[in-house]
Design a protein around this ligand. Structure first.
Ligand code: 13P
Length: 267
């Protein structure tokens, strides 16, 4: 049985059934005109990236409509960086999943460590956010990852496993078709410190197994798992060559179209 299972995994891997994705998380950077220029530059060079690699830009809320106009009809996807955990109503300053869909988004990032750390995003809230995003036709890029203290205490498997279980185990195998996971070790974000390819692969494989435990091997094998944390043109190749790393969620390097495109060419 185990043998059959690993044969199956091998075949899925060989046939490249998982989507490869390189997504740029712009975070709170660029003014609207700067963002529009960046999107235009990414679009202009997107043809250099192999067709099987999906490029996505995740922009601040203010940029979504004009960037959607730029990307209209192209293969470059548009994502938000967050959405509200409520459907609609008196929640001043929040932006709902329905609003994002109507602005032209196809994706939203959820559970980024910066939101968990600075804005009190909990797994409970994330369940609601994922539910609303999916209900409004958005695909979700769900971020998980341990901080430095947790890594040093060798708790990274526990932490990432719990984040996956607390959020994703509330959803169905069908929902999983619309969910991408991004492993982003907090100690590697914006620090210039990247997880080694081995460190990243080890935890990606663990995340895939945690998904398989609930949804079965077929669903797990089709789930795209991205690496994020100081991913750049110089290290993307080695990271993306790992069996369970299906692309990247890129911060700083996504603010330069050339670097972002270079990363897209790194498979
Ligand atoms: P950096 O690539 O700047 O480390 O950021 C990673 C990240 O947080 C992407 O979501």
């Amino acid at each position: 049985m185990l043998n059959l299972q690993s044969k199956f995994n091998e075949i899925v891997y060989l046939f490249n059934m998982r989507k490869k994705i390189v997504a740029g998380n712009w975070k709170m950077n660029t003014t609207v005109p700067e963002g529009v220029e960046l999107a235009k530059a990414v679009l202009a060079k997107s043809g250099e990236v192999p067709a099987e690699v999906k490029l996505i830009v995740a922009t601040p809320f203010t940029h979504l409509c004009p960037v959607a106009e730029v990307l209209k009809g192209s293969a470059v996807g548009l994502s938000a960086e967050n959405c509200a955990d409520k459907e609609k109503g008196a929640y001043t300053g929040e932006v709902s999943a329905a609003m994002l869909a109507s602005a032209g988004c196809q994706y939203t990032i959820l559970g980024h460590s910066e939101r968990r750390q600075y804005y009190g995003e909990t797994d409970e809230k994330l369940v609601e956010k994922v539910r609303l995003a999916l209900a409004n036709g958005l695909d979700v890029i769900l971020c998980v990852g341990e901080n430095l203290e947790e890594r040093e205490a060798e708790r990274h498997f526990d932490v990432c496993g719990a984040q996956i279980k607390n959020v994703l185990y509330n959803f169905s195998a069908e929902d999983m078709k619309h969910i991408v996971v991004a492993y982003e070790p907090v100690w590697a974000i914006g620090t210039g410190k990247t997880a080694s390819a081995e460190q990243a692969e080890e935890i990606h494989a663990f995340i895939r197994k945690t998904i398989a435990d609930k949804f079965g091997a077929a669903v797990a094998e089709e789930t795209t798992i991205l690496y994020g944390g100081s991913c750049k043109p110089s290290n993307a190749k080695e990271l993306f060559a790992q069996k369970d790393i299906d692309g990247g969620l890129i911060g700083g390097a996504a603010l330069k179209a050339d670097d972002f495109i270079e990363i897209g060419k790194s498979f």
